[in-house]
Ligand binder design. Structure first.
Ligand code: FAD
Length: 277
């Protein structure tokens, strides 16, 4: 990892990390880069491993979507991640595309980005020498296709706190072409039949996935009888609060309506499952 980072440092802007190549090679074929050096991360020891310790699941940055969807530890400690990874793209992309590549490319149409933001995940970042830092996912992206990573920093791993008891997570998206047009994750925690904590994250319609505080507020305190009205309120709050990538007269109202419907639907699913447990 240190060698990979130092190669990026040495060759500067004409070098890039390379993992599955599912984004990078498309960009190169479109002639949007003038890269002369690719630094392959896939064979670096430990960069694809999955482990659990101290209540945290840790997934290596070069783990592929396929490896994630079939890993028993991920199945046990973050089942939502398995279901999301298994629905990404198609079998060919999942076989080579990596979690680190997905997050580092910062395409707004990312399923794991939205899910992992709701799960309170962090990225462990490695640079040259002994430079290391940990960033909450919310601080990784500064805009569409833009991250807070330095040129020579790589995502070593993603860490996901294991869910609190009584917590259910639902992730939904709608896609009309290859990539999702909207991604929504809702995570709720129920205690004695009532929702005591909620996280609502919307992505793809927005430049970066973000939590929507007013939508979360609408879900806290719900019980079975008030769920239907509460999820509609959360949908309205999300539609009002989301910062859209395209807020033009043509697309804005449509994207807000998409947000309203999908947040209500995903929240209903998460709450019903949390109240059943
Ligand atoms: C047809 C198609 C459909 C898709 N559908 C979906 C979908 O439904 N949902 C979804 O979420 N995604 C979707 N994707 C995106 C897919 O998940 C990503 O293409 C994939 O995960 C990127 O990983 P990669 O290893 O191929 O990245 P690469 O192409 O190798 O790299 C992408 C970028 O990340 C950098 N990079 C790679 N690894 C690291 C690292 N560890 N640290 C720092 N920088 C790194 C590279 O330098 C490059 O800039 C789709 C992609 C395609 C082609």
């Amino acid at each position: 990892m240190e060698e990979a980072a130092s190669l990026l440092h040495r060759f500067g802007d004409v070098a890039s990390f390379y993992a599955g190549g599912t984004e990078l090679l498309l960009v190169m074929k479109m002639g949007l880069t003038d890269l002369s050096h690719l630094v392959d991360l896939k064979r670096i020891d430990g960069l694809r491993s999955v482990s659990v310790s101290n209540g945290t699941l840790r997934i290596g940055g070069a783990a592929t979507h396929r490896e994630i969807e079939s890993n028993p530890l991920v199945m046990e400690y973050a089942p939502a991640m398995v279901s999301v990874a298994s629905r990404i793209a198609n079998a060919r992309v999942r076989a080579v595309g990596t979690l680190g590549g997905n997050l580092a490319f910062a395409d707004p149409a990312s399923d794991p980005a939205t899910l992992l933001t709701a799960l309170g995940a962090c990225v462990e970042v490695r640079g040259t020498g002994d430079s290391r830092r940990t960033l909450p996912l919310e601080d990784l992206w500064v805009g569409a296709y833009q991250t807070a990573l330095d040129h020579d920093e790589l995502i070593e791993a993603v860490t996901i706190p294991v869910l609190k008891p009584g917590t259910s997570v639902a992730h939904e998206r709608m896609k009309f072409q290859e990539r999702p047009a909207i991604t929504v994750t809702v995570s709720v925690t129920a205690v004695n039949g009532s929702i005591v904590d909620a996280r609502v994250v919307v992505g793809a319609v927005a430049p970066v996935p973000r939590r929507l505080a007013r939508a979360e507020y609408a879900l806290v305190g719900l019980v079975a009888e008030t769920t239907e009205a509460g999820v509609d309120l959360a949908g309205d709050a999300a539609a009002d609060g989301v910062q859209l990538l395209d807020d033009s007269d043509e697309a804005g109202p449509y994207n807000r309506q998409l947000t309203r419907i999908l947040v209500a639907r995903t929240a209903r699913q998460a709450i019903e499952s949390a109240l059943l447990v």
